[in-house]
Design a protein around this ligand. Structure first.
Ligand SMILES: Cc1cc2nc3c(=O)[nH]c(=O)nc-3n(C[C@H](O)[C@H](O)[C@H](O)COP(=O)(O)OP(=O)(O)OC[C@H]3O[C@@H](n4cnc5c(N)ncnc54)[C@H](O)[C@@H]3O)c2cc1C
Length: 446
């Protein structure tokens, strides 16, 4: 069978590439070995945010009296929360299926194997293509800690299907995924401990805001062990003991459940990628700004590139690859990729952080204000603190924006647009923001 474009992997990168290629009138085949939608839809972005929204509703109901609203006997039903999550996932996956079929994409269910830059085998058939886009995504890293094979640890898979909140949960890895689950189970009353090897949680985000978020969750009962390395694990009858070491020496903690969330790594093995002998750099496949590899007809997009491990990056990379194939000029740039941690409050950032600028030796100005400078924020966030921080170059060009406070995930897109367009502070200030809105905080800060 002959196609102009063959795509391996039906996650955000793969399905976006397939949709765009179909729309561009290119004959397209998409191979997916598990579930269309990939990690993002089935076990990542969407399911976690669905659970977190239930936790937010629960928290809001418990705090309703702060807003003069009486709510009696607030409770949650975890099996119902999980069932709703499954319903949301099913609906969105069906939506993607419908879009792909509307654009004439052939969907093949099965594990694809690359035979050559123009040949892929799947489900007993051989497919020939002019262009190959590889989007096999990433998988959870399980660290080689002594005793790990003898304990019943959770990854996000088990955490997403949990029907009864554990009495205690230790999250190993205080990154984005770890903190989102820590927040979820904290809301449900689980005693949560987060063990993080670095000196702050949510690495990569603005450190000052991350510390504020940590202080907030500390008040809500989460215990954080920073600069702490897990050295061994042992399974007891009902629980797990975690042995760790940090500056002050060694220690241990016994917990009902343990969630491993130390990171993700690209899926590069087991499907013939090595037959292409692609050029790599520091273990990553080298791609140009059009997402082309060292094989000119082979493109790599999404988590497989190992650049940002975010769904929206994957989607944009896929667009760039397909535009290139379709002969439209396009190029990927990573200057303004928003990053969000969907805790409550959310923390979001885009562009440079103070830490990244210092590392690069770039001189910059900082402007920051508490979120209470936004009237709408005050109206909707009784007794909640937050911070907005903007970084600009000496020439006053916007370099970075960081927010702790809801709805950071929504308003960060405004800052992303400004940074992507390389606006100066003065140019951004001329944009009219609706009043009252939380995003007005940007105008206040600059
Ligand atoms: C718990 C969790 C929460 C997350 N939350 C967010 C979030 O809020 N926001 C965000 O931006 N990102 C989030 N992410 C990350 C996001 O899910 C990924 O960045 C995104 O899914 C990457 O898309 P992708 O298309 O590159 O890969 P994937 O989504 O991993 O898809 C790859 C697909 O390729 C298929 N595949 C692999 N090999 C083959 C083969 N040989 N043949 C056929 N099919 C194959 C796989 O089955 C898979 O479906 C989260 C991740 C996790 C785990």
């Amino acid at each position: 069978m002959n196609y102009q474009v063959a795509i391996i992997g039906g996650g955000p990168a793969g399905y976006s590439a397939a949709e765009a290629a179909g729309k561009a009138g290119l004959s397209t085949v998409l191979f997916e070995r598990q579930n269309l939608g990939g990690v993002c839809l089935n076990e990542g972005c969407i399911p976690t945010k669905t659970l977190l929204y239930s936790a937010k509703v629960f928290d809001s109901a418990r705090q309703a009296s702060k807003y003069g609203v009486g709510v009696e006997k607030v409770s949650f039903d975890l099996p119902k929360i999980i069932a709703r999550k499954q319903k949301v996932v099913r609906k969105l996956v069906l939506g993607i299926k419908a879009k792909l079929s509307a654009h004439g994409v052939t969907l093949v269910q099965g594990e694809a194997t690359i035979l050559s830059p123009t040949t892929v085998q799947c489900a007993g058939e051989t497919y020939h293509c002019r262009h190959l886009i590889i989007c096999t995504g990433s998988q959870t890293v399980i660290p080689s800690i002594e005793g790990i094979d003898s304990v019943n640890y959770w990854t996000h898979h088990q955490a997403l299907e949990c029907k009864e909140p554990p009495a205690s949960l230790t999250v190993v890895g205080g990154g984005v995924i770890g903190m989102e689950f820590a927040s979820f189970f904290n809301s449900l009353g689980t005693k949560v401990t987060v063990i993080e090897m670095m000196d702050e949680i949510v690495g990569g985000m603005d450190k000052e805001l991350a510390a504020m978020l940590r202080a907030d969750y500390t008040k809500r009962g989460i215990v954080f062990l920073l600069n702490t390395k897990v050295v061994s694990l042992s399974q007891n009858k009902q629980d797990v003991t975690i042995y760790y070491e940090h500056e002050a020496g060694t220690g241990s903690i016994t917990t009902e459940k343990i969630l491993m969330s130390v990171g993700r790594r690209p899926v590069t093995r087991g499907f013939g990628l090595e037959t292409l002998s692609l050029v790599t750099e520091h273990g990553r496949i080298t791609v140009d700004k059009q997402m082309r590899t060292s094989q000119p007809n082979v493109y790599v997009c999404g988590d497989l590139t190992g650049f940002s491990l975010l769904a929206h990056t994957a989607i944009r990379e896929a667009e760039v690859a397909v535009n290139t194939i379709a002969g439209k000029e396009d190029a990927m740039n990573y200057r303004a990729i928003p990053a969000v941690v969907y805790t409550n409050p959310e923390i979001a950032g885009v562009g440079e952080t103070e830490e990244s600028l210092r590392q690069k030796g770039v001189r910059y100005h900082v402007s920051k204000l508490p979120m209470s400078f936004s009237g709408r924020f005050v109206a909707e966030n009784e007794g909640v603190n937050g911070l907005c921080k903007i970084l600009a170059s000496e020439e006053n060009i916007l370099l970075g924006a960081h927010i702790l406070g809801n709805p950071a995930s929504e308003i960060i897109a405004l800052a992303a647009t400004a940074i992507e367009q390389q606006l100066t502070v003065d140019q951004w200030k001329r944009v009219i923001f609706p009043h009252p809105s939380v995003c007005e905080i940007f105008r206040e800060v600059i």
